[in-house]
Design a protein around this ligand. Sequence first.
Ligand SMILES: [Zn+2]
Length: 127
Amino acid sequence: MGLKQLTGYCDFCNQARLVSVSGNREWTEDELNRIATDECECARAKEQRERDEKLERAELYINNLVTDDHEDIKHLLIEVVPLLLDHKLKKCTVNIDGAVTYTVFRGNDDAVIAQRTQKIVKEEEIE
Ligand SMILES: [Zn+2]
């Protein structure tokens, strides 16, 4: 079965849009509205999409940056990202054990940046 065209409404500007969806199943109003919002060109829908992209990118970045033995910290840092994007927070620093520190912060253009720093402790024997 092919596509059918149904009407959805943007969540932000309430503009009606014809959306092409699979004809294989029924679509709820909510689903159609979500698709219409995803495709809408109004400023707030665009803003929302940009925010979602930033969130997704930051999440991916944190996933790659944080080592697997710090799984809980990974979740913690990902939780912080929306606060950064919403300007509720500028920077969050997590010190693991005195040596390893993770920092997530809002950089230029509101990009979320994550860093891992490791202090190298040099041991010297003093006789
Ligand atoms: Zn819209």
